[in-house]
Design a protein around this ligand. Structure first.
Ligand code: NAG
Ligand code: NAG
Ligand code: NAG
Length: 415
């Protein structure tokens, strides 16, 4: 009998050891989530920057249990409001998005009566228990509040880097196929990337290095379709440039005129490049053949001029483009709370000194103006917002623009 009990305890201990849910980076395991409170107040942009620096986001409550747990966690610190990872572009629940880009607050919300209300501010804070208790309220993004960052849980394993139940390993320079072979020897594959958080995490493991780029395990067959070397489904893309020099993907580790940090671009497959291997936690079976890739996702339809808000990625152009314009138009571009907007003009030629493309680093003409474009712009013009919103005011003051075409620009979500 005693022996059976010992045996049982032994099995239970093994089970606990190999299936040990953990948090990395000094985050606390609470309610099966990894959370960390930052008490030093910061505006929403700075709070997001801190969280994304860890490969995480501001905390997101997607059930009543999460919502209560975060309140209990911060209550003892005497804090009454904290930023949360929700950003609203309108006044209804399906216009408020969770930071991890998986959906809107239609899934779950605990907005206070009268909210969401983007008129009060597009950012959302959580009111710590007290009064009102655990409710979500819109506020101006420049307010300074404490915040809680969230990381995915993971399990312990012998990894160089451990994130969201996968091990990541940095490697020295090789061409694409040799890199994939080396990863297979480690029971993994060249890294595939499935969320903005994972993308940021991978850039963060190179923060001590000054490489221009790394190879990642994707082959782009068009500007909206990537085949991953590990056979996983393409459910996220950060492909910025689809060129003609080759189909293998690289990720930029520095922002330059042609690439944004963290963005992907196509290049040749043969030159050597540093690369990351990835394998699931606990996987020691190296014999699997990858499943075939699935059908490409539907293409994104470019918006036309309305007074609406456009969510990145997308294309905007002057009314009537590529024919001559006759009217003004304003565009609000946004992306998820934790990202920024990068806008690139493919073509810009408003009637010199009469018609203008004014670009603002924020949601209205009251925010700082980045630039005002008028007349012909040879080559392309690119700019990046500091937060997750940009306002483009195409101002026509000429009475009858004699044949000017205006502009066409693409915008992207970057970090
Ligand atoms: C640990 O969890 C995984 C997935 O949840 C399971 O497949 C595996 O059998 C578990 N390992 C042990 C030792 O129980
Ligand atoms: C947020 O705070 C940072 C640092 O204090 C400041 O540089 C930035 O301008 C602020 N941004 C906004 C939108 O308030
Ligand atoms: C704007 O430019 C993009 C990229 O060059 C192009 O795909 C798109 O068709 C253009 N838009 C219009 C309305 O011509």
């Amino acid at each position: 009998m005693k022996f059976i009990i010992y045996l049982f305890l032994f099995i239970a201990a093994c089970h606990a050891a190999s299936n040990n849910t953990i948090c990395t980076n000094g985050f606390n395991l609470i309610n099966n989530k990894c959370w960390k409170l930052f008490q030093e107040p910061a505006n929403h942009t700075m709070a997001e920057r801190t969280c994304t620096g860890y490969g995480g986001t501001l905390f997101m409550a997607r059930t009543a249990i999460d919502n209560r747990a975060v309140g209990n966690y911060v209550n003892s610190f005497g804090i009454d409001r904290i930023w949360m990872g929700v950003f609203c572009i309108g006044n209804v629940k399906n216009q408020c998005y969770f930071d991890d880009q998986v959906g809107s607050t239609v899934i779950y919300d605990n907005f206070a009566p009268g909210f969401p209300n983007a008129g009060t501010g597009r950012c959302v804070y959580y009111s710590v228990p007290g009064s009102p208790s655990g409710l979500w309220i819109n506020a101006d993004c420049t307010e300074q509040l404490s915040y809680v960052c969230e990381l995915p849980t993971t399990h312990s394993d012998y990894c160089d880097f451990n994130f969201n139940d996968h091990c990541y390993f940095r490697n020295d320079e090789l061409p694409f196929s040799a890199a994939q072979l080396q990863c297979q020897n480690l029971c993994g594959n060249l890294v595939s990337i499935h969320s903005a958080e994972e993308n940021r995490y991978i850039t963060s493991i190179y923060s001590q290095f000054s490489y221009d780029f790394i190879r990642i395990g994707g082959i782009a067959t068009s500007n909206d379709f990537v085949v991953w070397a590990d056979g996983s489904v393409m459910d996220y893309s950060n492909l910025e440039t689809f060129g003609t020099g080759g189909n293998c993907l690289k990720m930029a580790l520095k922002s330059t005129d042609s690439h944004s940090r963290g963005a992907w671009y196509t290049d040749d497959c043969y030159s050597p490049g540093h690369f990351v291997c990835k394998r699931p936690i606990g996987a020691v079976d190296c014999s699997g053949t990858p499943p075939p890739p699935t059908a490409p996702p539907p293409p994104i339809t470019p918006p036309t001029c309305t007074t609406g808000v456009y969510v990145a990625p997308g294309v905007i152009s002057s009314p009537n483009y590529p024919s001559p314009y006759h009217s003004s138009c304003a565009y609000t571009l946004t992306t998820y709370g934790s990202n920024k907007i990068r806008l690139t003009f493919n073509y810009v030629y408003p009637y010199p000194n009469y018609d203008f493309v004014d670009i603002y680093d924020g949601g209205s003409t009251d925010t700082p103006k980045i630039t005002s474009l008028t007349g012909y712009y040879g080559g392309s013009y690119t700019c990046t917002s500091t937060g997750n919103i940009m306002y483009i005011n195409f101002r026509v003051t000429s009475s009858n623009s004699p044949g000017y075409i205006g502009f066409n620009a693409t915008f992207y979500s970057v970090f």
